[in-house]
Write a protein that binds this ligand. Structure first.
Ligand SMILES: [Fe+2]
Ligand SMILES: [Fe+2]
Length: 208
């Protein structure tokens, strides 16, 4: 399936707004791939297709996962909106003929992250958060940081996701906590860096 066919098919699976978001993620992912040295073509396809399962209703998603052997834990069943990530990782194979493991992994982990993320995982996770349509306090700083220091930007992105969930009384997926711990330790090793630039409340490189 070529890019044009992929876009046509995706358009039919998503709302207009979700499709626009997907194109924004694809374009942002390419820019991050250029900056941080990843395969730009894979970044584009993973970005474009990352939310391909997003508009499938919860009940249908759960049934599809059962059929495809996608294991769902208690957290996924309690918060079905995160199912679109592991389900999307399978749908890109079946529906779009994309059998690249790096692409499907980047899609699989784009909502909850994972331990030892690949460069492409990082890029899709971050692009999803900073694409041009995103609007939250700190998004501009995160966009800047994403060009300066990838580890610091990832730590800031996990922090955003974790604090968002905690503030809204939404469960936190252990993968995200593991990913945060890994990154903040990695970032901490560098001492003063872009991370404290992003978080104006943790100057002096303090790691909390
Ligand atoms: Fe998503
Ligand atoms: Fe998304």
């Amino acid at each position: 399936m070529d890019e044009k066919q992929m876009k046509e098919k995706l358009k039919g699976m998503l709302t207009k707004e979700r499709y626009r978001h997907s194109k924004g993620v694809a374009e942002t992912a390419v820019r991050l791939a250029e900056r941080w040295g990843a395969d730009e073509k894979k970044a584009y396809i993973a970005g474009l297709l990352h939310d391909c399962a997003k508009n499938i209703p919860a009940k249908e998603s759960i049934e599809l996962c059962k059929k495809l052997g996608v294991k769902l834990g208690a957290l996924e069943l309690a918060a079905p909106s995160i199912i679109h990530a592991p389900l999307g990782a399978e749908l890109v194979k079946m529906e779009f003929g994309v059998f690249d493991g790096e692409i499907s992994d980047a899609i699989r982990y784009h909502t909850v992250a994972r331990s030892s993320m690949t460069r492409l995982d990082d890029i899709i996770y971050l692009a999803d958060m900073i694409e041009p349509m995103r609007d939250f306090a700190g998004v501009e700083e995160l966009r800047e940081l994403s060009q300066l220091d990838l580890d610091a930007a990832m730590a800031a992105a996990f922090k955003e996701s974790l604090t968002h969930n905690i503030k809204k009384d939404i469960p936190v997926h252990p993968n995200t906590l593991i990913a945060w711990n890994e990154r903040i330790m990695n970032t901490g090793k560098k001492g003063q860096n872009g991370y404290s630039k992003f978080d104006k409340n943790s100057r002096q490189g303090s790691i909390r």
